[in-house]
Every structure is written in structure tokens, then in C-alpha cells.
Write a protein that binds this ligand. Structure first.
Ligand SMILES: Nc1ncnc2c1ncn2[C@@H]1O[C@H](COP(=O)(O)OP(=O)(O)OP(=O)(O)O)[C@@H](O)[C@H]1O
Length: 356
């Protein structure tokens, strides 16, 4: 990661004109991705993610005049066809359905990407062997795609995408057809390549789980627009848009658990001095010391009804649904104490007269 942008998209519109209607697939998008980022772009089907990333290598041209597409400092829209071909080679792509050639061996599938590389036959063989080693398939070079599992096929896709030593790898739903364990191993490989090669990765997905596992930045797309963008930790711990909250809930289950928690007798019968709160914290604070402190310092007990703890970018991020019990005064003091100590506190229901 660095502060140096490697991809800069400005004022990007893509409008598809069909006989009956116009589809605004990308709508005034601004996006800056830094060298070494693993940048997640998350959104539901049809949000415009694929169209937007195809703009990065101009497989899809923006349809407006004001658009700027800069990669590694070069304004791609100003290049001629030959210059653009050279630049494109430095942007690798992997796909959901692998796009391998079934009649070719694994080695030949990877070699295919080196056809225009200018390397000799021997150099190409060496490079293919190196690439297959890198993705953990050194022993499969003579196999055919049909002999491989989905995860292995995607590893071939990754080897092929890296053949020309790209600076950027675009992953378009590359793990969407894989089971969770294989997904985790492919994401692990991508994170490894990011570290080892300094590769910038743009990861398109509809799965927040995938973003959570490896991305350091994330953008959320809806109806062609980027509706939220930021550091993973920030977006995860303080999402603004409702859609972002929905995506995060697919992995934390906090909002969806709330309905069940609210049915519990303790929540239904809150007494004065009792509150149902949602607590969120990032970093140093962890649930145990927090809850012990509430008791020791304020005589307020905490009953955890649901919790989710993640380690994101080596940082603990917690969300808890808790009933706090004390006298009304003690409970208020405990709430204030937590707010002063960077815990996000949302009172969801109160047993006090006039409370929620
Ligand atoms: N070549 C095209 N012609 C017309 N409409 C298109 C074309 N490509 C995409 N679209 C439309 O543009 C919108 C965005 O599609 P896009 O594939 O970029 O979304 P996405 O977020 O990547 O979704 P998915 O994961 O389903 O591909 C959709 O409404 C889609 O139907």
C-alpha cells in the first residue's frame, strides 16, 4: 500500500443505448486506487462493477467526453492502438468462469499469454514453469483444464493473468463459482501475490466476506454509482449507506439478529436503569475489559445477547448487542464512559420512563 495512485478514474459515464431504452451502467464515477492496494468493489448484480473495471483497461470506453482514465500516470484515452495494447498487457484479469482453453494443456494455456511477449521459446517455457510454481500447480503442467478442480482452474487463470508481469490484477467475481474453502485459498493466494510482487489488485465481488478477508479499501456500487468508499476498517465499523450496512450484515449478522434479540423476555421487560444497546469498537478496546470496567467502576452489569468479533487488517472490530443493568444514574454514567472511550453506543431500547 502507498499513497501513490496507480489507477485514477475521473468523471466516468458508460451509457449503453438500446433500441428501447438507455442503460446508465456507470454514472459519474470518480475512483482512485493506490499502488499496492487490494481494492474491493462490492455491489449486487447489475450495479455496474464489471463495466466499471473494464474501463480501467479500456475494454469498455467511457461514453462521455470529460472522462479521464489514468493508469500508472498514462492517460489511456490519449494513446494509439499499439500503445494501448502494450499498456493492457500490464493489467491482468481473472474471471468467474476461468476462460481457459479446454483443448490446451495447463502449460499451453499460460504460454498463450506470452505469445506477444518477445521471449524465446526456452524463456517462455521457463516463465511458464515459474508461474505454475508461483500458483502451486508445478505438477499439473501437462494436465488439461477438465482434469482440474475449480480452485485449480482459477490458479491457472491467475498464472496466465500474471504472465506478462502486470502491475495490476483485476479479479471479476473470480471466487463466485467456488466453495468457501477454495474461495479462502484463492483469496489467500491473491493476498500473497499482493505482498510478494507488490501487485495492485482490484477485486469485484458481491460477497462482503471476500472483501473482509483481503481488501484494505472498499467501494460500494449501486445503480452505476459509487455510493460509499473508504478504508476497510472505517467502512466496516462506521458504514453510512443503508446498502453498505446490508452488505456488512451479511457477514456480521448484527442487524438480522436484532429481531430475534428483541423478542427475548429480558428485552421485552426492560426495567428502569436497563437499556438494550449496540456497542461497536475498533482496535484496543475489547469486550472483556470493557464489560469488567462497567461493573467495577459503575456497578452496571452487562448481558451480551449477541456479538460479532472480526480481526480486520490485524485489528479487532467488535459489535455487541447488550442489555446493561444498573440504577438509571449508573447506567447513564456507564454509557457516557463508553462514549468517552471511543465505543460507538446506540441505545436501541430503554426501560426508563419516557425511554424508547
Ligand atoms: N454490452 C451491454 N449492453 C447493454 N447493457 C449492458 C451491457 N453490459 C452491461 N449492461 C448493463 O449495464 C448494467 C451494469 O452491468 P454490469 O455487468 O456492469 O453489472 P455488475 O455489477 O458487474 O453485475 P454482474 O455481477 O451481474 O455482472 C446492467 O444493467 C447490465 O444489464
Amino acid at each position: 500500500m502507498s499513497d501513490q495512485p496507480i489507477i485514477e478514474l475521473k468523471n466516468i459515464d458508460v451509457i449503453f443505448k438500446e433500441p428501447e431504452r438507455e442503460v446508465r451502467a456507470v454514472d459519474d464515477v470518480q475512483l482512485s486506487i493506490n499502488k499496492g492496494d487490494i481494492f474491493g468493489i462490492v455491489g449486487y448484480s447489475g450495479a455496474g462493477k464489471s463495466t466499471l473495471v473494464r474501463v480501467i483497461n479500456l475494454l469498455q470506453r467511457p461514453t462521455n467526453q470529460a472522462a479521464v482514465v489514468k493508469v500508472n500516470g498514462a492517460d489511456l484515452l490519449k494513446l494509439n492502438a499499439k500503445e494501448l495494447r502494450t499498456k493492457r498487457r500490464k493489467i491482468g484479469m481473472i474471471f468467474q468462469h476461468f476462460n481457459l482453453m479446454n483443448a490446451l494443456t495447463i502449460a499451453d494455456n499460460v504460454d498463450f499469454a506470452l505469445k506477444k511477449s518477445g521471449l524465446s521459446k526456452v524463456e517462455r517455457q521457463q516463465r511458464v514453469a515459474e508461474l505454475l510454481e508461483l500458483v502451486g500447480l508445478a505438477d499439473k503442467s501437462h494436465d488439461y483444464p477438465s482434469q482440474l478442480s475449480g480452485g485449480q482452474k482459477q490458479r491457472v487463470g491467475i498464472a496466465r493473468a500474471l504472465a506478462n508481469r502486470p502491475d495490476i490484477l483485476i479479479s471479476d467475481e473470480a471466487t463466485s463459482a467456488l466453495d468457501p474453502k477454495t474461495t479462502a485459498s484463492i483469496l489467500g493466494l491473491l493476498a500473497d501475490l499482493n505482498r510478494k510482487l507488490g501487485l495492485t489488485i482490484v477485486l469485484i465481488t458481491h460477497e462482503m466476506d471476500a472483501v473482509k478477508q483481503i481488501c484494505n479499501r472498499v467501494a460500494v456500487m449501486d445503480a452505476g454509482k459509487v455510493i460509499e468508499e473508504g478504508d476497510l476498517l472505517q467502512v466496516f465499523s462506521q458504514p453510512r449507506a443503508e446498502l453498505t450496512k446490508d452488505f456488512i450484515d451479511t457477514t456480521t449478522h448484527i442487524q438480522s439478529s436484532l429481531a430475534v434479540v428483541e423478542q427475548q423476555a429480558i428485552v421485552q421487560n426492560l426495567q428502569p436503569g436497563e437499556v438494550l444497546v449496540q456497542l461497536g469498537y475498533v482496535g484496543a478496546a475489547t469486550d472483556q475489559p470493557l464489560i469488567t470496567t462497567l461493573y467495577k467502576q459503575f456497578n452496571v452489569s452487562a448481558n451480551i445477547l449477541f456479538g460479532n468479533l472480526e480481526i480486520l487488517q490485524d485489528t479487532p472490530v467488535g459489535q455487541l448487542l447488550v442489555v446493561l443493568s444498573g440504577t438509571p444514574k449508573e447506567t447513564q454514567q456507564a454509557l457516557r464512559f463508553m462514549q468517552e472511550n471511543d465505543v460507538q453506543v446506540t441505545v436501541l431500547k430503554s426501560g426508563d420512563k419516557g425511554g424508547n
